[in-house]
Ligand binder design. Structure first.
Ligand code: 13P
Length: 364
């Protein structure tokens, strides 16, 4: 072995990371993002008039994770919030063990949230590197095998700036490196927010630029790409745009942006839903998987809002609605699993179907 390059990860760790990433993106499967912080979960609960108590958050997560039959048919992994990793179902089984028993890989949000990027035009970065190594090692010992860190980039006349793109790409790369050393597959999430009046072309060009910064930073930090997942926005016109685009046009723009910037070594791309309605997110994912361009990676989902809106609407905090709410989750998971194979027929509308889930300047 040349001494010019250090061996950053040992081959056993590399093989383990590649295997986790591969299982997370198994054909027809995707990820349930249930990592809402206490305050974000509170906003979801408030919408259905449920108090934001620790017990209600626990109950809601139990509803999600105990959906039967076969949540694991279309869900390969679940992203948890720290509080949830310490909670158990009503029979006393930890949520981590409940997921493991179903063959679903537990994951964890490790960032500490979006903060202002000083010296910029209202742009941001994400904090959480302090103590990250120790936290990742603890999570790994608990049976957690992948992680998420979200950065946000904003489209306006002068943004995203060079400053924001380089800073966010770099902090994501440092997070990814720490995760891999600890045996966690990092989900790298540089989200270009959908807020704005911009058209599809602008969205594609900005997404492309952000991803180019991202993969340069990952290379600079010696990241083992086969043991990573990318969680990008789909390329769509801004939420306030006056020039709409069809799902097919969005899909082509999305695959173009990815194919120009994301190396084929990356294990998979797991899209966020970004405030699209449940149905729109599924239809877009399906169209993406039918684009006649080269697509060397799995293209699947890691949805939060677009997997949970119908569930919350059906639940309303009532025990007698739990089964109905779980059925909504299974229905959305199946629809998105089919969409990840390009086989969604548009026949799985849920209780929140076409309702926009857009939240201005969305924080998680
Ligand atoms: P949405 O699917 O609600 O955009 O969220 C996914 C996520 O995990 C964002 O970090």
């Amino acid at each position: 072995m040349s001494t010019r390059f250090a061996q950053y990860l040992d081959p056993v760790k590399e093989a383990e990371l590649a295997d986790i990433a591969k299982r997370l993106t198994a054909p027809g499967k995707g990820i349930l993002a249930a990592d809402e912080s206490v305050s974000t979960c509170g906003k979801r609960l408030q919408d259905i008039n449920v108090e934001n108590s620790e017990e209600n958050r626990r109950k809601y997560r139990e509803l999600l994770f105990s959906a039967e039959p076969d949540l694991n048919e279309h869900v390969s992994g679940v992203i948890l919030f720290d509080e949830t990793t310490k909670q158990s179902d009503s029979s006393g089984n930890t949520f981590i063990s409940v997921l493991e028993k179903k063959g679903i890989i537990p994951g964890i949000k490790v960032d500490k949230g979006v903060v202002p990027l000083a010296g910029s035009l209202n742009e941001c970065t994400t904090t959480g590197l302090d103590g990250l190594k120790e936290r990742c090692e603890e999570y790994k010992a608990m049976g957690i095998h992948f992680a998420k860190w979200r950065c946000v980039l904003k489209i306006s006349k002068f943004t995203p700036s060079y400053q924001a793109m380089i800073e966010n790409a770099n902090v994501l790369a440092r997070y990814a490196s720490i995760c891999q050393q600890a045996g966690l597959v990092p989900i790298v999430e540089p989200e270009v927010l959908p807020d704005g009046e911009h058209d599809l072309e602008t969205s594609r060009r900005v997404t492309e630029e952000v991803l180019a910064f991202q993969y340069k930073a990952l290379a600079d930090h010696h990241i083992f790409l086969e043991g990573t997942l990318l969680k990008p926005n789909m390329v769509t016109p801004g939420m306030q745009s006056s020039t709409p685009a069809t799902p097919e046009q969005c899909a082509v723009a999305t695959v173009q942006a990815l194919s120009r910037t994301v190396p084929p070594a990356v294990a998979g791309v797991v899209f966020l839903s970004g405030g699209q309605s449940e149905e729109d997110a599924t239809v877009h994912l399906n169209a993406i998987n039918n684009v006649p361009l080269r697509r060397p990676w799995a293209l699947t989902f890691s949805f939060g809002r677009a997997l949970q809106a119908s569930v919350l609407a059906a639940w309303q905090g009532k025990d007698e609605n739990i089964q109905d709410a779980q059925n909504e989750l299974l229905k959305r998971a199946k629809a998105n699993g089919e969409a990840s194979l390009g086989k969604y027929k548009g026949d799985q509308g849920g209780a929140a179907g076409n309702k926009s889930l857009f939240v201005k300047d969305h924080a998680y």
